[in-house]
Write a protein that binds this ligand. Structure first.
Ligand code: SF4
Length: 64
């Protein structure tokens, strides 16, 4: 699974970190960041739920 955050689109709403705190955090400026090893340890459900929670569709989850 591959999790990608479009940092140009992210507006720092924090919904991803609230929805899947095991996977996402916020950097010092409030924008989304992946936790270390999150792509390996996150479940598809966690990543997908976070992607769905994002108000600007900045998160994409793909295979591989
Ligand atoms: S939910 Fe979307 S807009 Fe909000 S911090 Fe996460 S990636 Fe950025």
């Amino acid at each position: 699974m591959r999790i990608r955050i479009d940092h140009h689109t992210c507006i720092g709403s924090g919904q991803c970190a609230l929805t899947a705190p095991e996977v996402f955090t916020q950097d010092d400026d409030g924008y989304s960041a992946l936790l270390p090893d999150a792509a390996e340890t996150a479940t598809r459900r966690q990543a997908t739920q976070a992607a769905l929670s994002c108000p600007v569709q900045a998160i994409t989850v793909t295979d591989g």
